[in-house]
Write a new protein. Structure first.
Length: 124
């Protein structure tokens, strides 16, 4: 369970106050709301990009600030609404980049990357 408990954060002209949400393990979750209501800020807080000024964000009961970035990236994925990649990547190349936290140092194992990415694409 990914949980935000009474999370608060603010910018100069915006403040998110006492927001709580639970996202069950294995779920696909979307945030809906008007422009400027804090959807992106909440995603950044829950993925560890921003640190809350108040409240807690936990993953399976552990504060996300204590989880190593690589381990966190293996467990949480955020897909932004819009991206502007520097190069004209194929869908397969984008999926392979998303697999980066799962790489191991075994060069023979890395040959499996395209097969895993193909399997992921076949699901969707």
């Amino acid at each position: 369970m990914l949980r935000a408990d009474r999370v608060s954060f603010g910018y100069i002209d915006f403040e998110l106050r006492d927001v709580s949400v639970d996202i069950p393990r294995g779920s696909f979750t979307g945030l809906l709301g008007p422009n400027g209501c804090g959807k992106t800020t909440l995603l950044k807080l829950m993925s560890g990009i921003l640190r809350p000024r108040g409240g807690d964000v936990t993953l399976e009961g552990e504060p996300i600030g204590r989880i190593a970035r690589r381990q966190l990236a293996r467990r949480i994925a955020v897909v932004p609404q819009e991206t502007h990649p520097a190069f004209d990547y194929t869908v397969m190349e984008m999926v392979l980049m998303g697999r980066h936290p799962h790489l191991v140092s075994c060069s023979a194992c890395n040959g499996l990357r395209p097969m895993v990415a193909s399997a992921v694409l076949a699901i969707f």
